[in-house]
Design a protein around this ligand. Structure first.
Ligand code: ZN
Ligand code: ZN
Length: 412
C-alpha cells in the first residue's frame, strides 16, 4: 500500500517541477510574508520572506508544500515577529466560500466530526459542538456544482458593488477560484492600502447590507394637503436604494403565499398582492407599486423591502476582509484539500469561468484507488461517482482529489 501523502506529494512535486512559472509572484514580493503547510509535518510554517521570485520558486520546488499562502499585507521586515514586522499597508481582500453560505445541498455532501466527543453531523459545521461544546472539528466538504454556482452569484454581486458603488476599475480587481469551494476577490490599489480594520469593517457592512433600513432608502409617506401616499426607491436609483428596489421587484415576481405569510402580512393583503402581481410589476416602469395594494401601508412595505434587501447583499466571509494580517492562498499553487489549482482570471470572465475545468492541473497516468465513500463530482467534462466501498481506476486529478479528501486509498 502506497501512503496517500507520499502519492499526493509526488503528484504535486511533478506539477511544480514542470509548471513552476505558473506560480504567480505577488506585487512587491520583498514586502510580503509567506506561509506554507508541509505534507510531512502537517503544520503551518509562516513568517517566511523572499527577496526575489526565483527564491520563492526554488523554495516551492525543493519543499513541495501542500499549501502556499502569502500576506495581503506589505511589511518592512516580513520575516520578523508579528508586532515587529512594520506593517506598511494591505490589499483589500474578499473571500466567498460555500462554507459560509447555507446551500440546500450541503446536508447531502458535507460531514463534520467533533474532535472532542466524536459527534458526527451533516451540513454546515457548527461553531460549537452541541454535545460537548468543543470548537474543533474534522470536516469533509465537497466543491459541488450547486455550491460553486452559489459562490459565483455572490461574487458577481460583490464585483457589481466594487465597480458601481465603490468605483474600482476592472484592472484593479483580481478574481480567482480558490481551488476548493469559492472565489477570492482582491483589490490592489494605492487608495486602499492604509485602510485600518475599522474602515474595512465599514466596507464589509456596506457589502453585506448590515443595518440597512428601507426607511432611509427612499420609502416614506408623503402628505399633499389631505391626501397621504407612499413613495419608494426606483429600479434605476444608485447604490443600495436601487438594490432594494431590484430585490423587491425580484421578490414579488416569484413570491408565494407562504413567503408573504412569513413576513407577517395579513391574509387579505397577501391575496391582493398575488392577484395584482402583473400590475405591481408593470408599475415599476412609472412611480412604483407603493399605492397599488389597498391596505398595504408603510409598515407592510417596509417588511417586504427589508426582506428583499437580504438577497442583494453579497455573502462574504466578514472576518477575512477585516483582518489586515491575513494570509491568503497564492494563485498558481495547488490546494492541499483537492489537488486543484488556485487560478486567477480577469473580472470580465466571472460569468463563464468554469472552475472545475480551469483548475485542473495535474498530469500523469491513471490510478487504481479504493474509495470509501464519495458523492458524485465533476472534473473537466467528466462526472465521477458516486462511490461507496469500491475499487476504481481514475485519471490522476480525480484520484488525487479523492486522496486529498481522505476518501480513498491508492492500491498497488
Ligand atoms: Zn463534541
Ligand atoms: Zn453543494
Amino acid at each position: 500500500m502506497i501512503d496517500n501523502l507520499v502519492f499526493i506529494r509526488n503528484a504535486f512535486s511533478r506539477y511544480y517541477s514542470e509548471n513552476i512559472d505558473r506560480v504567480e509572484i505577488p506585487k512587491s514580493i520583498e514586502n510580503r510574508e509567506f506561509g506554507f503547510t508541509l505534507f510531512k509535518e502537517g503544520v503551518m510554517v509562516r513568517h517566511k520572506g523572499f527577496m526575489k521570485p526565483e527564491d520563492l520558486k526554488d523554495f516551492i520546488k525543493k519543499n513541495i508544500p501542500s499549501n502556499v499562502f502569502y500576506s495581503a499585507a506589505y511589511y518592512s521586515v516580513p520575516e520578523a515577529k508579528m508586532d515587529e514586522k512594520g506593517w506598511l499597508g494591505s490589499d483589500l481582500f474578499f473571500d466567498i466560500d460555500a462554507d459560509h453560505i447555507p446551500t440546500k445541498c450541503n446536508k447531502k455532501h458535507d460531514v463534520w466530526t467533533c474532535r472532542g466527543c466524536g459527534l458526527k453531523g451533516r451540513g454546515m459545521t457548527p461553531d460549537k459542538c452541541p454535545t460537548c461544546g468543543g470548537e474543533s472539528f474534522d470536516d469533509k466538504t465537497w466543491p459541488c456544482e450547486i455550491c460553486l454556482e452559489t459562490a459565483r452569484s455572490e461574487t458577481i454581486k460583490l464585483i457589481d458593488m466594487l465597480m458601481n458603488d465603490f468605483g474600482f476599475s476592472p484592472e484593479e480587481i483580481k478574481c480567482s477560484f480558490s481551488g476548493h469551494r469559492g472565489y477570492h476577490v482582491q483589490i490592489e490599489s494605492e487608495g486602499i492600502l492604509d485602510l485600518d480594520s475599522d474602515i474595512r469593517k465599514e466596507i464589509v457592512d456596506y457589502i453585506t447590507g448590515t443595518g440597512i433600513d428601507a426607511l432611509l432608502h427612499g420609502l416614506e409617506e408623503v402628505r399633499d394637503g389631505k391626501t397621504r401616499f407612499l413613495v419608494g426607491p426606483s429600479l434605476d436609483d444608485f447604490g443600495w436604494r436601487g438594490r432594494i428596489a431590484k430585490g423587491t421587484y425580484e421578490f414579488l415576481l416569484a413570491a408565494t403565499e407562504n413567503d408573504l405569510r412569513n413576513l407577517g402580512l395579513k391574509r387579505k393583503i397577501i391575496e391582493k398582492i398575488l392577484s395584482s402581481r402583473d400590475e405591481i410589476l408593470e408599475s415599476w416602469k412609472t412611480s412604483g407599486p407603493w399605492n397599488l395594494v389597498e391596505g398595504l401601508g408603510l409598515d407592510g412595505w417596509q417588511k417586504i423591502l427589508q426582506h428583499s434587501a437580504t438577497f442583494q447583499s453579497a455573502k462574504i466571509d466578514t472576518v477575512v476582509t477585516v483582518d489586515i494580517h491575513r494570509l491568503i492562498r497564492l494563485p498558481g499553487t495547488l490546494h492541499g484539500k483537492t489537488g486543484l489549482l488556485k487560478v486567477s482570471f480577469p473580472v470580465s470572465r466571472i460569468e463563464d469561468f468554469d472552475p472545475l475545468k480551469e483548475a485542473l492541473a495535474l498530469k500523469g497516468e491513471e490510478v487504481k484507488v479504493y474509495v470509501d465513500e464519495a458523492p458524485a463530482f465533476r472534473l473537466g467534462d467528466e462526472i465521477f461517482g458516486p462511490f461507496e466501498k469500491q475499487s476504481v481506476t481514475l485519471p490522476l486529478p480525480a484520484a488525487v482529489f479523492l486522496l486529498c479528501k481522505n476518501a480513498a486509498k491508492v492500491i498497488d
